[in-house]
Design a protein around this ligand. Structure first.
Ligand code: BV8
Ligand code: ZN
Length: 255
């Protein structure tokens, strides 16, 4: 969907209207929102998971009994890459929705770009990190948390409290989601009147239960994604296209 037909697309107009009248907007987002910032998605043709090694490196048992060094090297590279990327127009538009109304964003992303955009826009956006954040490291034993900027995973860093191994403060497959983020996201979902789904394949659980709950409780669901996803059937309005192209037109004072 190019810019010109975004403006004239009746579904985009309808979504703009719904969001402009939203009293409690909520967003559930995934890697597709950060694609335009140069951060690869996980699934799909050019996704990170097309490298089989990387599929292993998002599982906790790989850290415990497998190629821990390879896993930590990949996370150190991703942490480094974050120093070179910026939010894209999709992040800024999402943040601007938080200017109209205080807004909760449940993110599966660990890149910190939504909160950076909100900071730059001076928007009140509560960002709930369902799968953690690359900005923190934590001890695998006692869960003590450290700034990731102070740690190089290639040095096999150890915890200052218990000498346990440090690892990114993200949620790997086989690990529980952070309780507060999960609970706060579920509360936001069941109380929202509009749920915006942006850039997620909707394949990962229990995170994907969150938009399902919003739908069950009567929210109007708007999906922004160039492809059909596991969550598309929840959508009252499906906007087929890229977040960085479409989202700026959904924020009332744009376009
Ligand atoms: C757990 C690590 C239990 C951080 C990730 C049912 C219930 C509960 C669990 C399960 C269940 N069924 C199966 C499970 C197990 C498992 C799971 O979900 N497996 C699935 C895959 C079959 N879940 C778990 O293990 C979870 N934990 O259940 O714990 C437990 C209980 C007690 C005690 C111990 C354990 C943990 C899941 C978290 C996994 N960690 N990441 C990191 O390194 O980043 S998940 C991984 O997928 C990503 O990190 C991301 O967070 C997540 C979702 O991916 P998406 O963000 O959607 O990205 P994807 O690439 O898939 O899609 C991109 C989309 O963008 C596409 O749709 C594309 O079309 C679109 N797009 C592309 N460009 C654009 C765009 N959209 C808009 N604009 C564009 N420009
Ligand atoms: Zn420790």
């Amino acid at each position: 969907m190019s810019d010109t037909n975004v403006i004239s697309d009746p579904e985009v107009q309808r979504a703009r209207e719904v969001l402009a009248n939203a009293r409690r907007p909520f967003a559930f987002i995934g890697a597709g929102l950060s694609a335009a910032s140069g951060i690869p998605t996980f699934r799909g043709p050019k996704g990170a998971y097309s490298d089989p090694a990387i599929v292993d490196w998002v599982h906790v048992e790989t850290f415990e009994t497998g190629d821990r060094a390879g896993m930590l090297r990949w996370y150190e590279e991703r942490k480094d890459d974050l120093k070179k990327v910026w939010p894209n127009p999709g992040h800024y538009a999402l943040a601007r929705l938080g200017i109209q109304n205080s807004m909760s964003v449940a993110t599966q992303n660990v890149d910190g770009l939504v909160e950076q955009a909100a900071l730059e826009e001076g928007a009140m956006v509560e960002v709930l990190h369902l799968h953690g954040t690359l900005s923190e490291a934590r001890c695998h034993n006692c869960r003590a948390v450290y700034p990731a900027s102070r740690v190089d995973y290639n040095d096999s860093p150890k915890c200052r409290m218990c000498d346990g191994p440090l690892r990114p403060n993200v949620v790997w497959f086989g690990e529980e989601l952070p309780h507060h983020a999960w609970e706060d996201a579920m509360i936001a979902a069941v109380h929202c009147d509009v749920c915006l789904l942006v850039g997620t394949s909707g394949l990962v659980y229990p995170a994907a239960q969150i938009p399902e709950s919003a739908k069950e409780r009567g929210a109007t669901v708007i999906e922004v994604n160039p492809a059909e996803t596991a969550l598309s059937e929840l959508a009252d309005i499906r906007l087929v296209g890229k977040a960085e192209t479409i989202l700026p037109f959904l924020v009332a004072d744009e376009g």
